[in-house]
Ligand binder design. Sequence first.
Ligand code: 5AD
Ligand code: SF4
Length: 444
Amino acid sequence: MTKKYYIKTFGCQMNVYDSSRIADMLKKEGYTETNRQTEADIVLFNTCHIREKAAEKLFSDLGRAKLIADERAEQGHKTIIGVVGCVVQAEDEQIIARAPYVDFAVGPQMYFRIPEILRQISAQKEHQSVVDTDFPAISKFDFLPENKAQGACSYLAVQEGCNNFCTYCVVPYTRGAEYSRPVADVVAEAKRLIATGTIEINLLGQNVNSYHGEDENGHERNLAYLLHKIAELDGLKRLRYTTSYPADMTDDLIVCHKDIDILMPYLHLPVQSGSDKILKAMNRRHNSGDYLRIVEKLAAANPNLRMSSDFIVGFPGETDADFQQTLNVVNQVKYIQAFSFKYSRRPGTPAAVMENQVEEKVKKERLDILQTLLFDYQTKFNQACVGKVMPVLFEQKGRHKGQLIGRTPYMQNLHIETNGANINKILNVLVTDATTNSLSGKEI
Ligand code: 5AD
Ligand code: SF4
């Protein structure tokens, strides 16, 4: 019987990408995927450390995995429990101290070692946890097996890590310093994804627009160059990139939104706060004026472009007046989607030890106000789509028979009823209905 693996992924798209690369490695080792933990020989948690809640979930999941592993052991099956990702990088040996039954814990830069670690574990006479949180001298990407498309839409990591050190954020510590993959490697991976069925590529990086990979001649190239290179590839229908840092939105990147027709008219550009005082305390290299000027330039390059953002409320020192400035930015940009969070104190980051932390109650009140406003703009935009025809890329089957779910150029989910033959295709759809979170429509 073939051995099975189960992976649960928390957190950002980079973790989703990493999980798919881990899956590629396990498949190469002869494992097949299962979505039932009870039949998995390897149970893996790919973890997120960005906010407290995300990290805490891991330990409740691990407790449950241990119970399942014990039940399986009674039936004579061994289960290997592994933890990967940013919690491992941040907590290191403490994971094993809290959950000693974990067989291995590897940081986000070392997961290419998993096959070797599995062999090491099989050879053990007694349970001994393996922990690896190094940052390798050579990029992990050089060790990973070649990947194939997971479907019509694929993420492609082009850049990893971050040198920005926003004072609230763990990423520079968990993912390490910025690294950009060489242009040729990215293009080769894009070609492979297209050859195996991908028609939409989303270039991924923690700070994707700081991309500065080398070309064949050893010259550093930026994201604008890379987008043009990828857009030229035959068979690609849609291109996106995420997540961008405002201060790195160069003019040549902005112009890509005019010049590259397959670049989708939707950009995730986190502002975090509308208050210049708070942005400074966050160590962001933009103020609200800079940000709004970038939004204006983007609109001039492509009037159809719409924005999304991340927000943090209740950062240390945030007053009602500061918070009001965040609402002002929302009212000016009219985001069509957004993620908003209460500030979470992350150990080891400068903001965690700042004085004037904001009370939990105030954070909650501000989050409610902000989300009401954001949802309002999101709903209005969705409703404004009703009656329009949009090209929709259908990627998956819906819950009901004959239902397909796809994405519009603006990343809205859209449902249609169809015979199912249209999966992995772009169809023109008349939008007939809208809610805050999704659209429905009819094929035309
Ligand atoms: N508290 C709350 N939100 C945070 N984010 C990052 N760190 C924190 C934190 N300590 C949010 C930011 C970032 C998104 C990925 O997570 O908005 O853009
Ligand atoms: Fe974190 Fe700031 Fe880097 Fe984004 S830019 S990953 S918020 S440090």
